[in-house]
Design a protein around this ligand. Structure first.
Ligand code: CA
Ligand code: CA
Ligand code: CA
Length: 394
């Protein structure tokens, strides 16, 4: 059997070498093509470090709140050279990707912080590196810079790539924009949005009325499967870093932000059909209910209490804690008070806050959830000395 494979490989290798020579002749006979890519369009990593890529719209938000689409670009995630020290504890046995931000053990309680999307990669030597999400370049530059050379094609046949093939980015945070209409009911109660932004480093939770209404809804899917299946959730807080806020609308009793449960179809991206899957009304914990008054997963955050340049925290109530999944994704969202209470924003007025997404460079502004739990499902917990305290951090 082995000899047969070796023989086949030898024949294939010979064929490849022939192919190289053949191609060389063709190239030599053809035009000389310039492959120079401008510095700003170069990849931020070796092409082998790219773990996920997708084509997205390049959207610019203008002063008046409207958007300009400048066409398709390439958006990609990659394993950076930023090495994380003493980070082995972030990984479960056999795991290569992790979204665990921090673990703190105090007595029989464990606090587990989890990022939106995987943030760390562990190589075959056990070294851990940060994953950067949302780098961009043009489609043409990306294709040129990542195209496999013939030597790569050969090596692929004989060398097992270090990267896992079953990686899921889990970076489906972002916003879905309402349908475009001058009727508040049409946009607020709409089933399908007019646009999706799942790969921006930051997004506005925007409500505005110009000729038409614009209304955004925020989505934050978080893989919480690292929680033990027997965990009893004691407390949980969701953190989203706020860059800025603004309100020219004067209906101040509706100037708040609410944590809701979402039902986005994919954990790793957003679709226009998700627009009405951000929140559900009492007694109807299912998708397609966003037009009704949404159940709150935490005390509402008043506009006045939101601090620019700091994390906004939503301390989950019993209902919100019940949304936490121990086996998959916990799907959270944020909506504004005008949207929740179905109150149209005033003509030429706005209300918004601006949160960073997982795609923001680095990790210090990324959204995450912090969960404190006790293992054992509420049964007899392991007895430990009261003064025994261990803290693991990076
Ligand atoms: Ca995202
Ligand atoms: Ca839907
Ligand atoms: Ca980030």
């Amino acid at each position: 059997m082995f000899n047969w494979i070796k023989e086949k490989a030898k024949k294939f290798k010979n064929w490849i070498i022939f192919f190289v020579l053949g191609t060389g002749v063709v190239l030599a006979a053809g035009e000389i093509i310039s492959n120079e890519i401008p510095v700003n369009l170069q990849l931020k990593c070796n092409k082998d470090k790219i773990i996920e890529s997708r084509e997205v719209d390049w959207i610019i938000q203008k002063e008046d709140g409207t958007f300009e689409n400048r066409g398709k670009i390439k958006n990609y995630d990659y394993i950076s050279n930023i090495k994380v020290e003493n980070a082995g504890y972030k990984f479960k046995t056999g795991e290569q990707y992790s979204n665990v931000r921090k673990i703190i053990k105090t007595g029989n309680k464990t606090t587990l912080d989890l990022f939106v999307g995987d943030h760390y990669f562990k190589d075959e030597n056990g070294d851990v590196f940060e994953i950067e999400q949302g780098a961009t370049t043009t489609i043409e530059a990306f294709n040129e810079l990542t195209k496999d050379t013939i030597i790569d094609e050969i090596s692929k046949l004989f060398i097992k790539k270090a990267l896992a093939v079953d990686y899921y980015a889990g970076a489906g945070d972002g916003i879905v924009v309402s349908p475009d209409s001058s009727s508040w009911d049409t946009i607020h109660d709409g089933a399908t949005g007019n646009g999706v932004y799942a790969t921006n480093a930051e997004d506005n939770l925007y409500i505005y009325k110009g000729t038409n209404y614009t209304l955004h809804r925020f989505f934050f899917p978080i893989d919480t499967s690292a929680l033990p299946d027997t965990a009893t959730i004691d407390s949980a807080t969701f953190y989203a870093y706020n860059r800025e806020k603004a309100a020219t609308d004067t209906q101040t009793s509706y100037h708040y932000f609410r944590l809701v449960k979402t039902f986005q179809a994919s954990n790793t991206t957003l679709g226009v059909d998700d627009f009405n899957d951000c929140g559900y009304d009492s007694g109807n914990e299912t998708s397609g209910r966003a037009q009704y008054l949404p159940v709150a997963g935490a005390p509402d955050k008043t506009y006045a209490s939101v601090t620019a340049g700091a994390y906004n925290n939503y301390i989950l109530n019993a209902t919100g804690r019940g949304w936490i999944s121990k086996t998959g994704y916990t799907k959270l969202g944020v909506r504004s008070g005008l949207d929740c209470d179905d109150v149209p924003v005033q003509q030429d007025k706005n209300l918004y806050l601006r949160h960073y997404n997982s795609e923001e460079t680095g990790t210090d502004k990324d959204p995450y959830i912090s969960i404190t739990y006790t293992e054992g499902g509420g049964g007899e917990v392991e007895k430990k000395k009261a003064d025994q305290q261990t803290m693991i951090d990076y």
